[in-house]
Design a protein around this ligand. Sequence first.
Ligand SMILES: Cc1ncc(C[n+]2csc(CCOP(=O)(O)OP(=O)(O)O)c2C)c(N)n1
Ligand SMILES: [Mg+2]
Length: 1106
Amino acid sequence: MHRAHTAFSLALSPMAHKNFATWLLKSSSSQQMAKVTAAAAVRTYNSAAAEPFANGSTASYVEEMYNAWLRDPTSVHTSWDAYFRSNSYVSPPNLAPVQANTLPLTAFNFGGAVSGAAPDSKTIDDHLAVQAIIRSYQIRGHNIAHLDPLEINTPELPGNSSTKSIYANFSFGEQDMERQFKLPSTTFIGGDEASLPLKEILNRLENVYCNKIGVEFMFINSLEQCNWIRKRFETPGVLNFSPEEKRLILARLTRATGFEAFLAKKYSSEKRFGLEGCEIMIPALKEIIDVSTELGVESVIMGMPHRGRLNTLANVCRKPLNQIFTQFAGLEAADDGSGDVKYHLGTYIERLNRVTNKNIRLAVVANPSHLEAVDPVVQGKTRAEQFYRGDQEGKKVMSILIHGDAAFCGQGVVYETMHLSDLPDYTTHGTIHVVANNQIGFTTDPRFSRSSPYCTDVARVVNAPIFHVNADDPEAVMHVCKVAAEWRATFHKDCVIDLVGYRRNGHNEIDEPMFTQPLMYQKIRKHKNCLDLYADKLIAEGTVTGEEVKSVAAKYENICEEAFALAKTETHVKYKDWLDSPWSGFFEGKDPLKVAPTGVKEETLIHIGNRFSSPPPNAAEFVIHKGLLRVLAARKAMVDDKMADWALGEAMAFGSLLKEGIHVRLSGQDVERGTFSHRHHVLHHQLVDKATYNSLQHMYPDQAPYSVSNSSLSEYAVLGFEHGYSMTNPNALVLWEAQFGDFSNTAQSIIDQFISSGQSKWVRQSGLVMLLPHGMEGMGPEHSSCRVERFLQMSSDDPDYFPPESDEFGVRQLHDINWIVANCSTPANYYHILRRQIALPFRKPLILCTPKSLLRHPEAKSPFSEMSEGSEFQRIIPDNGPAGQNPSNVKKVVFCSGRVYYDLTKTRTEKKLESDVAIVRVEQISPFPFDLVKEQANLYKNAELVWAQEEHKNQGSWTYVQPRFLTALNHSRDISQSDEQSSSTNTTTTTDHTNHESATANDSDSNSKPWLSRMFAASNSNGGDPKDPAVTLGGDFNAAKHFDLKNVRHDFNRPAGIAAAPGGRIAKTGRKISYVGRACGASTATGSKAQHIRELNALLNDAIST
Ligand SMILES: Cc1ncc(C[n+]2csc(CCOP(=O)(O)OP(=O)(O)O)c2C)c(N)n1
Ligand SMILES: [Mg+2]
């Protein structure tokens, strides 16, 4: 379509209005080409073999070509090759048996020829030519179809010159128009008729392929699918709609248009990203849903961008209009969450479909601004819903993805998501993509935003048919939608509807489009809207009266007015009303701070261990690789010793959860074996293709399903997919593993926009686990660091605030944080933290740095006793050696996290400093274990404290832990009264009861005041009113409020009012933590192996010294 804009001035050329068939017959270039064809006919056999097939002139010539092609396909011109490959040619009976879907030439009833007589060469040529014309229409008709309501697009575009040259090879004249031609079985334009006059053939093809629908499908490899599509569009009468159907379309279009008009009237200065110019999208979505419901679908999950979102919620999902209008009022939220703009919110509705009389569930998934980022999330959610319903073929649950034209071709995640569409563990069994193609992206014309002819070309890679349709022709649109829904139900594959419309306003309603698209908008200003055009048509043909049209519109406006009045009575918005996947029952009756035990009976561990280390039960027939037999034997030996390495610890976590009925899904690149060849969950028969054995699927007869899937080589789409999967059901452990941790940055928008912030924006919880191999092991700048600093930077606990201590400290922190970041050093802790994901009474994403060399490290093993009943996850692992036993002798405490622990202990042993240096592992980095760090610091009262890390100073955990250590250390001694008095007035003492009370009394006030005014109040409060909530900032805490579960808000990890003010507690510290490790660096590179070792040794020497 973009050529349209390049050729804007050409739109008025006389050629633009010629129809395709006329042009075909009369253009001077075609006469020119006829001469060329005649010349070609006298060529010799050898040169003929190199000629395009349309030049062939005799039946024997065709046969010669065919024989030559059979001998060697490369010996003929590529067009012959393509022709024979397409099965369109059938050799005479003496050459080959008759094939399905075609007829032998001799079977043709050649108009005028005596039946049974051999056809002359001209007759054959002409029939071949007609067949080629039909085929050409099927292939290229869409190029010149009238798709653009603005008619900027013309048949004279450069992309169409190929069409011209192909048709120029055929030299039919007016005299041929009445000749009867046998129709090949690759067309359905004849209906019940086997032959038609040429004129009628051309007319029908013109109507089917070059009118308001452009069907792009001939690239599809399957003949069956091509025929299916041909039949749906070519059969005469497919576009005939009954008066009832037309009235329904009109009614739906009236609502869609009326909704936009109502918003424009009431909220004229607000951004709405309205659908004007493509309102037909609403009836289109409804048609897709109606037909799909009729065909068995019960649940539809939609993903869409800003454009038309409110209209979709109102008129497709039928979300109560007053709830939508309330979003415009800027009301306070009655529940948690920072919220989002109205055109990003999700929804979930269960309702009766009045057309099909069936119950249907509709969900629109909340999405961020980041265009197309929601696509894989929707697919994951859909897949999960299919899984939980046992809908293995996608008959009950389907997804619809709606796209903008610019985003659809511009955003790579579309391609990545498309590539999941046919993968066994990721398919949703067909997605219907709807492109709201307004032929513009913000202010950019398509000619500057894509290099492909259509914005939909990305879909061709998965063989998805693409139905382009003029959005000003409602009946054509409805037909296309019906075919799309039937296509999905029949083949369970993706398809695309390209709704070619326009954008009546600017990018949003406040934008001026004439700045940048003056010519286009001159046209748009003069263009009647789709509803008016359709109403005029129906009135003219007598289907409805003008009065009826007006009354339907007035009725809808009344409905809107009533809802508008109701919305005005609302005082609060509730984010929970906008939740796309409510977890009914999950939170009910749960103590929100009670964590179930994560240790299990030792016999369970032994059982899982034995199964995990055994070959398949039919081992005699199942040939396993010898190396794997050794792996299994080593596992068995560990189980006998009641020890677990990393892989076994993970299997224990998975196996025990499966036993408890928790579905486990692990997905990512090469996860089945494991990037580091340590996991081996899927054993492959060495002699039989696809024969595999997965012991974790066979732990217990009544266990939950386990799925482990090597994914496509995509992080963005696959991580998004798993996030969507995790949203669907809280009773599942869903894990995504990066090949190496740093590759996760290609999925950054899923991490930023969904995982880290989904709960706060959309009250959307997820227990997704991200496994990120991490460790500076001399593998070069990449493959070393998962950039844990970035995850930590997004953690929402306040560095300057020590939450109140209690037995529930750990779980309260988890409850309130946005996600958990950990770097475990033992298989047992890995096992516990995975199990804790499910044991928690709520769901939080878990970002886990995982090891590489530790997978095989002889010391990185855990006894079963650390995983069995009574054991639990250790946020901090204290020093249990001589240093920990005699803390007063300790001169230095080294805090660290993850793999480097093992290097540090080795160096300490070498230096014989076991009693002098304590090494404490911080396993859960975020939320920061303030309480346990304080405890450890108190234990080693006289020791110097250091943080050791192998990552560069500006990377790793240091920047996150440093301020938190200082906060924790300050709390390890009392803050003196004099400290407090000398401190800035915006900090209060924990013993200042007056201020405490005032905080309690004024708390709601304090929370509702905008932060800026509170800040100014604070700075002005020197000697001011102590009751002003601003005076009680900086680490003050209202215990009563926080321990009242009914009032739990997300502020355990930060002060109730405003964050600690600058110059607060941390400046008063008496005890410090210093840094040991690499200097800052721009990349994660450590140079050569030798340099890496040198730097590591320096760090170990610095850390382990007294
Ligand atoms: C990833 C991303 N990049 C840039 C933007 C800014 N942006 C918002 S809408 C828009 C134009 C989108 O055009 P199109 O996809 O055709 O949708 P339309 O607005 O025309 O319906 C852009 C560039 C964004 N939201 N997301
Ligand atoms: Mg657009």
